[in-house]
Write a protein that binds this ligand. Structure first.
Ligand SMILES: [Zn+2]
Length: 227
């Protein structure tokens, strides 16, 4: 695509008839095969070429939270610096002068340390936004789960809020929108008028922020350049 080699991996999906193609990153795609119909991946890629090209251009125009050793954190770009054999520091990850420093000990993967740190920051952030916007002690104490998901967040029917561990990478007003959107689902489990009224109550600029959110995509795998 555009002179770039894109790898693809195959996976068996749940759909009986339909195959799905999606990008996992700028270098990798995933083809999800249906259960009941045999699909030739090469044939599928040829047939869907123009759609894939369109999706790829869309992907290139969006900001990824991790690109090489540059990390987006609270909407700002930071250079990741790995400090090896640094002993066990009190703070494993710290931000300083446009850099994010990750301290690791022998045998430790800096990507994992960074990921856990972002997940914890995301959890704290989501809890803070909910506490600030809720007057009811029951919703203030709502359970917040941080997961490795493709979306930024979702709300379950049983009233559990789940967020992507990369949420804290987004500009704060955009991350806040995601939290408040899912939070509003606790009261209305659809996207109808009443839902948007609740959302607008906590986040009057939700339309602009929703648009802003489209500029960013979560990454499918976290790995740092080996040096
Ligand atoms: Zn929703």
């Amino acid at each position: 695509l555009d002179g770039q080699d894109i790898k693809y991996r195959l996976r068996q999906g749940n759909s009986r008839k339909y195959a799905t193609i999606k990008f996992l990153s700028r270098e990798e795609m995933e083809i999800i095969l249906p259960r009941n119909i045999e699909v030739d991946p090469q044939e599928l890629l040829r047939k869907k070429a123009s759609l894939i090209e369109r999706k790829y251009r869309e992907l290139l125009s969006r900001q990824m939270i991790l690109d090489g050793d540059t990390l987006l954190y609270k909407g700002k770009l930071f250079q990741i610096e790995v400090l090896r054999n640094d002993g066990i520091q009190k703070k494993r990850v710290s931000t300083r002068d446009g850099k994010i420093q990750v301290s690791i000990v022998e045998g430790e993967n800096p990507a994992t340390v960074l990921r856990n740190w972002l997940a914890e920051k995301t959890r704290q952030y989501a809890k803070r936004i909910i506490r600030r916007n809720s007057k009811n002690p029951a919703t203030q104490a709502i359970e917040v789960n941080i997961r490795d998901i493709r979306r930024w967040g979702y709300c379950t029917k049983s009233g559990r809020l789940v967020f992507n561990w990369q949420l804290i990478a987004l500009p704060p007003q955009v991350a806040e929108y995601v939290v408040l959107h899912e939070y509003a689902h606790l009261f209305k489990f659809n996207h109808q008028k009443a839902f948007h009224k609740i959302l607008a109550n906590n986040c009057p600029e939700y339309k602009a922020r929703e648009k802003e959110l489209k500029k960013f995509i979560p990454i499918a795998h976290i790995s740092l350049p080996d040096r």
